[in-house]
Design a protein around this ligand. Structure first.
Ligand SMILES: [Zn+2]
Length: 464
């Protein structure tokens, strides 16, 4: 703030007093941050203690017909799963915490002590671990000694640049070797922000990335004439069309096709309600987009819902074969993998017999749940147990005895009759409809689907 030199002595004094007070408040924050660093050091000790204890005590579970996991894998998975649920953190975050704690305790002891003294933040520590972890074990102590003093003087980003430079000098691997290693980490991932949009991240070799970008740019430029979309919009649209509509080498054109599910409240579809549609695996999307998708869908399943509670009361069967109906019913109920904390969409999960089939578990809605491949394997190889407790709720018990409740994505109807049958081919349970239902549509369109939804027709006319 600029101080007016014409002010009185009293006003100056006031500024000075206020500045002192603010300084005192900043000191308190600095001290809190120092305590947070100390606590982070204690947490590293504790997590590493858990890891070492688990590695010698967690039993290897044998599941019929499956190769047992190694002791180390079983212990690691059990611990990560226990901590992730107890702390309500993603398992990847916990995996990182376990790795960081092990490195701090066993490979970077000076860093741990500096953190314990409150002299550096955990963000500085993460930078040290990240760079040290990319060096051979024999060089990590030397790297730590070379950079640690800077951590107490520099901001996190300044320090990270410094650490990167030191690491580059020490790294014995050639750029070719490092690139080869990094190529193995390539991946395609998705991030869901707001407003019905999502980021698709593609981590891949720079040569391929630039080639893709250049091709999309050329195509977008070639289409510029008479097109009022911006270059960015055309480039994005071209990439989308190519990924969704392009053929996959070695596969028949009818092989893997894009599939998405959209739940559209019919009252919104007809313009009588503002309730948004739901894109499976994402959440609410605007009704206009949903209308467009519904307009071009190749098949629908009619869903009946309670007009006030929105609870699903019945799943129609006129378009789907019987097993597909049951799968749809379960997918709507579960939404995602049912392991607490996991958000892998149900479409990418297995349908697991909670009580195993070979142990007389029934193929019934209250003995089936979606589990992603990772948690499906974990259920067989570790001490996690689950139990259906009614109304779609599943109670999980961790190997250490902690209980967690997994709630369904949708409360599905309680079936009036249960028919255990000896395979997955079980009809969707029939139900009595207590009230006049409001129909919903689930669309499974093949994309791209840019056509408009006819405004005057009723819902049934869109079943193909
Ligand atoms: Zn999962």
């Amino acid at each position: 703030m600029e101080i007016d030199t014409t002010e009185t002595v009293d006003e100056r004094t006031l500024y000075a007093v206020a500045a002192d007070a603010l300084g005192g408040m900043v000191d308190v924050v600095v001290e809190t941050e120092r305590m947070a660093a100390m606590i982070a050091a204690t947490r590293a000790d504790q997590i590493d203690q858990c890891r070492r204890f688990a590695e010698v005590t967690v039993p290897v579970t044998t599941s019929r017909g499956m190769t047992p996991w190694s002791q180390a894998d079983t212990a690691r998975r059990t611990l990560v799963s226990e901590l992730a649920c107890a702390l309500r953190l993603p398992e990847r975050t916990v995996e990182t915490l376990v790795m960081e704690s092990r490195m701090l305790v066993h490979e970077l002891p000076a860093t741990l002590e500096t953190l314990r003294a409150g002299d550096i933040s955990y963000r500085h520590v993460k930078s040290i671990i990240d760079h040290a972890n990319s060096l051979p074990e024999t060089q990590r102590a030397e790297f730590e000694a070379a950079v640690l003093t800077y951590a107490a003087k520099l901001s996190v980003s300044q320090f990270d640049r410094k650490a990167r430079t030191v690491r580059e000098r020490m790294d014995p691997a050639t750029i070719t070797e490092r690139h080869t290693k990094s190529v193995a980490d390539r991946e395609l991932s998705i991030e869901n922000p707001r407003d019905g949009m999502a980021w698709l991240h593609h981590y891949l070799p720079a040569t391929d990335a630039h080639a893709i970008y250049n091709r999309a740019t050329e195509a977008a430029t070639a289409r510029a004439k008479g097109d009022d979309r911006t270059l960015e919009q055309r480039r994005s649209d071209f990439a989308t069309e190519l990924l969704l509509g392009g053929e996959i080498p070695g596969q028949a054109p009818s092989g893997i096709r894009p599939w998405i599910a959209v739940i559209v409240p019919v009252m919104s579809l007809l313009g009588h309600s503002d309730e948004p549609a739901t894109l499976e695996g994402y959440g609410p999307i605007d009704i206009e987009t949903a209308r467009r998708l519904a307009g071009d869908a190749t098949s629908f399943v009619r869903i009946l819902t309670h007009p006030e509670t929105g609870a699903v009361l019945s799943v129609g069967r006129d378009r789907y074969s019987v097993p597909a109906d049951l799968k749809t019913w379960l997918r709507l109920r579960d939404g995602t993998c049912r392991k607490p904390g996991c958000s892998r969409t149900a479409v990418r999960c297995d349908i697991d017999h909670s009580h195993e089939w070979q142990h007389l578990g029934e193929t019934a809605h209250n003995n089936l749940a979606h589990l992603c491949p990772k948690h499906h394997a974990e259920k067989h190889h570790t001490g996690w147990r689950l139990k259906h407790v009614g109304d779609g709720d599943i109670q999980w018990t961790s190997p250490s005895g902690r209980a967690y409740l997994s709630e369904p994505s949708m409360r599905m109807p309680v079936p009036s009759v249960q028919l255990p049958v000896p395979s997955m081919r079980m009809p969707v349970p029939s139900v009595q409809l207590p009230v006049p239902p409001v129909p919903l549509l689930v669309a499974s369109p093949l994309l791209p689907v840019p056509s408009a939804y006819p405004a005057s027709a009723d819902a049934d006319s869109f079943r193909i």
